[in-house]
Structure formats: C-alpha cells, structure tokens
Design a protein around this ligand. Structure first.
Ligand SMILES: [Zn+2]
Ligand SMILES: [Zn+2]
Length: 136
C-alpha cells in the first residue's frame, strides 16, 4: 500500500499489511488533526518507508513519551511513534491512497471524545488505552 500528503511532496509505502487499526479520540489527536479523532493502523517500524520528500518530513514531540511526523509543506500528519513501542509506528489511515482498505476495529481515549462526535458504530470503546496495549 502507498500513501502521501495533501500537497503531494511526500509519499510513502508500506512493506507489510497494517494491523491494529482503530480510532483515537485523545486531545492530542484532535489538535494534531484539527478533527474530532484520528484513525491509525500499525506496521513494524522498518515497514513504513518514505519514497518521496523525506527531507520535508518534520517531527514534533507530541507528549513526553512520543513524537509525530508530518509534511512541513502542507501539515498532513503521517505517523506517531511512542517510546513504549519502539518496534512499530502508528500511521494515519486517511493518508493511504486506498484508506477504505484498512478498517478500524476499536475506539481508544473515548472518554476524551467531543460531545457531538459520538461514534456511529458498534466497535469496542475504551476510555483510554486498550487494556492489552503493548509496552504499558
Ligand atoms: Zn505535503
Ligand atoms: Zn490520540
């Protein structure tokens, strides 16, 4: 699978099929995206490869245990990495060329949701992290 940013300066490729797809309603995702929630999926860190414009990819500390990478030209958020899961990255599903192909299976940080952004599905909803989150 391939993906990229709004302006087209940055492109990436996944070397393996993503897993653990889900919605995150935390405040950081709301501010990072300007939207009520973000949908992420996971791949091993070596399987997310920038194929164009990697020098334009910025990094920002998004918490004291993680950072996020984004296109410095247009702002599209690509991925986040957290210290307790150094072997994987969580990328934003919406940046895939075929986002329909990766379907979220749960909601996390649902307690932080914006009131008018109630999920319209029957997926499991966790107030914060999932109980089985690796590294916690
Ligand atoms: Zn861009
Ligand atoms: Zn989040």
């Amino acid at each position: 699978m391939e993906g990229g940013c709004m302006c087209g300066a940055v492109r990436y490729r996944l070397r393996s099929a993503p897993y653990d797809a889900g919605w995150c309603h935390c405040r950081t995702c709301q501010l990072n995206s300007g939207s009520p929630a973000m949908a992420f999926a996971t791949v091993p860190i070596g399987d997310f490869v920038f194929t164009l414009g990697e020098h334009l990819v910025g990094s920002v500390a998004s918490s004291d245990f993680g950072h996020r990478r984004f296109c410095t030209r247009c702002g599209t958020p690509f991925l986040m990495q957290v210290d307790h899961q150094p072997e994987t990255v969580d990328f934003s599903i919406a940046t895939l060329d075929t986002p329909d192909a990766v379907v979220p299976g749960f909601h996390i940080f649902y307690a932080s949701r914006i009131g008018w952004a109630e999920a319209g599905d029957a997926l499991p909803r966790h107030d914060r992290f999932r109980p089985d989150t690796r590294g916690l």
